[in-house]
Design a protein around this ligand. Structure first.
Ligand code: ADP
Ligand code: MG
Length: 331
């Protein structure tokens, strides 16, 4: 069953300096119980895409396309319906979320908040559910009586995950959920998210700039560049045998999970990502591309299927690079 389907989603921010097309025609699908990783450098549009899934963007932002959650378009839902869907059907664990906890409110109260707001449990039932959630994220139930400052960063992030799980959502969107944590804790939190998702059959969209983190936790990967998906396919293929030069550069930049050296100086990636308000013509990656052709500066690219000897059609691997098209034509 398809849980989430994005059809040609585009997001443009309005700003005093002009329009910023941050996401430009993204189509993706996620099945129940599946984990999809979205990778890309800072500024590639990952958080914008994540926020569009729950319509959390600034009011005047232009959003087009379709975002189907269980077949229902999030973009045309009434505000009332949208409120019900947030948390209850889909919830978001965002970047630096551990700083979003209220310092003067008890942890148990904060975890129970979504339960209360959605009328799912109050009083003793809410306390029981809170204890169960804390246990699921590997924290003792007595932590409910404590306050955020008594917890480490990793533990606070676990509390945020417990909150995201509170209403038993069908989809969790995790935007750089571990980026602020140190390497060991990162691995623990990631494996926690992965196992919770697998156990409960929840769909997961996990966002990171680190391709190795995603490859270790997700079934499929989508690589974003300048607001577009430029490569997508099964994790091991995109990570181990990327066909877009940008996907390759990302895989080389993050060879092992949380490697601190590669974080500091991503190898193989010269230059900076383009400003979305001033995108280069043709393939947006061409000014940084080590294998670009003259035509790349003017001819548009699209996601072409990558040829595989096995002739497999399922969970196709696609890449928006002219070399993929040329290779196909040469066969
Ligand atoms: P990522 O999460 O991949 O780092 P973002 O989605 O945060 O990327 O940003 C994509 C682009 O949109 C960036 O160029 C960023 O500067 C721009 N952007 C993000 N938020 C806003 C906003 N509220 N108004 C205008 N531009 C924005
Ligand atoms: Mg981001």
């Amino acid at each position: 069953m398809t849980l989430l389907e994005l059809r040609d989603v585009a997001v443009t921010y309005r700003s005093a300096a002009g329009d910023v097309p941050a996401v430009r025609g993204v189509s993706l699908a996620l099945a129940e119980g599946e984990a999809l990783g979205v990778a890309g450098e800072s500024g590639s549009g990952k958080s914008t895409l994540a926020m569009s899934l729950l319509r959390l963007l600034p009011r005047d932002t232009l959003v087009s396309g379709e975002i189907l959650l269980d077949g229902e378009d999030v973009l045309t839902m009434s505000w009332g319906r949208l409120r019900a869907v947030r948390w209850a059907s889909a919830s978001l664990v965002f970047q630096g979320a551990q700083h979003a906890l209220n310092p003067v409110r008890g942890i148990g109260d904060q975890i129970a908040e979504p339960l209360r707001v959605h009328g799912m449990a109050t009083g003793a039932a809410a306390r029981r559910r809170t204890a169960e959630l804390l246990e699921q994220v590997g924290l003792p139930a007595w932590r409910a009586r404590g306050y955020p400052h008594e917890l480490s960063g990793g533990q606070r992030q676990r509390v945020m995950i417990a909150m995201a799980l509170a209403c038993s959502p069908r989809l969790i969107v995790a935007d750089e959920p571990t980026t602020a944590l140190d390497v060991m804790i990162q691995a623990q939190v990631l494996s926690l998210i992965r196992s919770l998702v697998a156990e409960h059959g929840i769909g997961l969209v996990m966002i990171s700039h680190d391709l190795s983190v995603l490859a270790a936790t997700c079934d499929r990967l989508a690589v974003m560049y300048a607001g577009r998906v430029v490569e997508s396919g099964p994790s091991h293929e995109v990570f181990g045998d990327a066909r877009h030069p940008y996907g390759r550069a990302l895989a080389e930049a993050f060879p092992t999970v949380g490697d601190p050296a590669s974080r500091m100086a991503p190898r193989g990636l010269g230059g900076d990502p383009p400003d979305p308000a001033h995108l280069p013509a043709g393939c947006s990656f061409h000014p940084r591309c080590p294998v670009s052709l003259v035509s790349c500066a003017s001819e548009p690219v699209e996601l072409w299927p990558v040829d595989r000897a096995e002739g497999r059609t399922e969970a196709a691997h696609t890449a928006a690079c002219v070399h993929v098209r040329v290779d196909r034509e040469a066969r």
